[in-house]
Write a protein that binds this ligand. Sequence first.
Ligand code: GDP
Length: 196
Amino acid sequence: PLYQQAKYLKSVPTLNLCPEELKYEVAFAGRSNAGKSSALNVITSQKSLARTSKTPGRTQLINFFTLDEERALVDLPGYGFAKVNVKIKRAWEAGLSEYIEKRPQLKGVVLLMDSRMPPTEIDMTMLEWTKSLELPVHVLLTKSDKLKKGPAKASLLKLRKMLKEEYPHATAQLFSSLKRDGLNEVWLKLDHWFEY
Ligand code: GDP
């Protein structure tokens, strides 16, 4: 129920401009088109919460949505720039790694990955960064409704095996915004990180 209270607070370009009053943050990350906006909307039961962070000019910013006075969901800029030049990519990486590395309020990262695709290079980078920081990650294998039960389960088991071997700070589940499958599991993880 608390997630329905999510309210847009602000968007900032860099760590030093992040709001100071918060105590707990959970960040959402994923390549563009992974289903991050849809997931945020379903998790907060709001139709267009994350559209706020998709408005032109905000896609490259860190977007804050407060749940209460101390807690916020944080929508991180999407990555999906196969064709973007190296300089822009570097700048984006630097900004994001700064937030992730130097934000003590950050309690966990929800990493969205399309269940039909292998992890991207940048998904792996995110797993590496968080591993060295011992920052917990929860992977949502999104759009699970597009796969049949068997293949969906197989892709989850394969990912879990990789995580268990190399990234034990990370957990994973299937998720469908369309069908609302896996919603309780995400809420439980968020409750845990927010100490609700
Ligand atoms: P974002 O770029 O990561 O924020 O991704 P969006 O949430 O905008 O979703 C990208 C595309 O995938 C859109 O066309 C969505 O309608 C579609 N999509 C997102 N989630 C789901 C899902 O759970 N099931 C299906 N079938 N499509 C989805």
